[in-house]
Design a binder for this molecule. Sequence first.
Ligand SMILES: NC(=O)C1=CN([C@@H]2O[C@H](COP(=O)(O)OP(=O)(O)OC[C@H]3O[C@@H](n4cnc5c(N)ncnc54)[C@H](O)[C@@H]3O)[C@@H](O)[C@H]2O)C=CC1
Ligand SMILES: O=C(O)[C@H]1O[C@H](OP(=O)(O)OP(=O)(O)OC[C@H]2O[C@@H](n3ccc(=O)[nH]c3=O)[C@H](O)[C@@H]2O)[C@H](O)[C@@H](O)[C@@H]1O
Length: 458
Amino acid sequence: MRVGVIGTGYVGLVTGACLAAVGHRVRCMDNDALKIERLRRGVIPIHEPGLEDIVQRTSANGSLEFTADLAEVARGSEIIFITVGTPSRADGSPDLTAVRAVARGIGSHLDGSYRVIVNKSTVPVGSGNWVRMLVEEGARQLEGATVVGAPGVSTAHPVEPAFDVVSNPEFLREGSAVWDTFNPDRIVIGAECEQAVAVMRELYAHWIAPEPLGRALPLVVTDLASAEMIKYAANAFLATKISFVNEMANICERVGADVQQVAEAIGLDKRIGRAFLNAGAGWGGSCFPKDVSALVSTGREYGYECALLKATLSVNEAQKQSVVEKLQRELRILKGRTVAIWGLAFKPHTDDIRCAPALEVAEQLVALGCRVVAHDPVVPSERAREQLPEMQVAADPLAAAAQADALVVMTEWPLYSEIDLSVLRRRLRQPILIDGRNCLDAAAARAAGLTYIGVGRP
Ligand SMILES: NC(=O)C1=CN([C@@H]2O[C@H](COP(=O)(O)OP(=O)(O)OC[C@H]3O[C@@H](n4cnc5c(N)ncnc54)[C@H](O)[C@@H]3O)[C@@H](O)[C@H]2O)C=CC1
Ligand SMILES: O=C(O)[C@H]1O[C@H](OP(=O)(O)OP(=O)(O)OC[C@H]2O[C@@H](n3ccc(=O)[nH]c3=O)[C@H](O)[C@@H]2O)[C@H](O)[C@@H](O)[C@@H]1O
């Protein structure tokens, strides 16, 4: 099938490349002309395991192309994905500026052939109807076009936009996005007509037509509003699960229990499950913070206060703050201290630092008068310094720790657990190690002479 993807960010690029890999003809479009130009030369803008290989392979055989021309994609694709960003506004509601621009733009280029317009961006409930309205508005702007039911429009060259809007939320995780795309737990399609569902089934035939002995992938076909809600509910549940275990960790710290053992044991209950029960210095990233806030904001629009979700958010804020409090407990005065931070990405295997807990902690430490020296194996140092110019960035973890009064581990990159803890001890000015991800061996750290402080474990 001919597929257009508008917005070549994380989701757009991964979706486009994976659809091309299963035989579709995909054109990825972005209004960032420089990004498109670099992608055409094979330069991948994100660190995502396996992505470069697929992009190179599918570009080479012509099934994946890049363009900065929206018209080309809108006119030449049977299915048009919207995958632009939907960041948070200051009040927590999502900023839909890019979705609005793209939906209107698509409308202005429709030529009367049937199209399925797919919302893959995470957008609030009701956005399916809203996108339909915007596409129709865009079509009305087309010179000489007429939209059925739109009064006072010229009919010189009538073009009736024939399209349906579908919600197809994305559940991939950064760092394992390619694997997740090929191995999803379910595909959700929210639609209001059979024709659109049939097109989506054909698009995802590779996934939903199981091998003779393969596992049948659940395909959830539902209405638009439920599909939109499924995406928010999934992220809100996962974020709440982590905030829950973090609250358990805080109680464990006070009573002397070990949250890791608690998580293992409760996770054995199939109704609970072990995943997303790793206590730590708070969750971050480009989606959990914005999506939980957006859901709270939707509730508010309807006069409903989301008490549980607000607690999920506030436990998370406190969790990041607790790193600073632990440093204050150990060092007393923070002014004039040097604190090393290992890991800036919001989680391992990605270079994404959007809403990264590490940066928030670094920012607070700088505000409290500390000198902060950070290390991350993949986040480019210029990008980190752009976010926080006062922060120094070291080329290797031991250089970051040199003469530091304390070390804080904020991202559980595998290389950190391979570092010789006795060497680390000698590098630090004071032997304080705050393991914000419970990723280091506590006993080995103590044996090396470090004061080890994890999250919710003795
Ligand atoms: N990053 C992730 O892991 C996931 C993200 N999502 C959702 O997918 C959506 C996209 O997220 P990301 O890919 O992370 O965003 P991103 O910020 O990485 O990429 C968005 C892209 O859209 C482009 N863009 C913005 N305005 C445009 C316009 N008018 N025309 C064409 N391109 C335009 C930007 O230049 C950028 O390349 C968001 O709604 C997000 O919540 C959903 C699941 C996973
Ligand atoms: O909507 C999205 O963008 C995506 O958001 C998350 O994916 P992602 O943000 O890439 O990362 P996660 O692996 O979910 O981790 C999010 C945060 O939670 C933290 N986390 C995760 C798991 C855990 O047990 N403990 C914990 O603190 C991570 O360190 C990270 O900061 C969801 O897992 C995806 O299903 C979803 O598609």
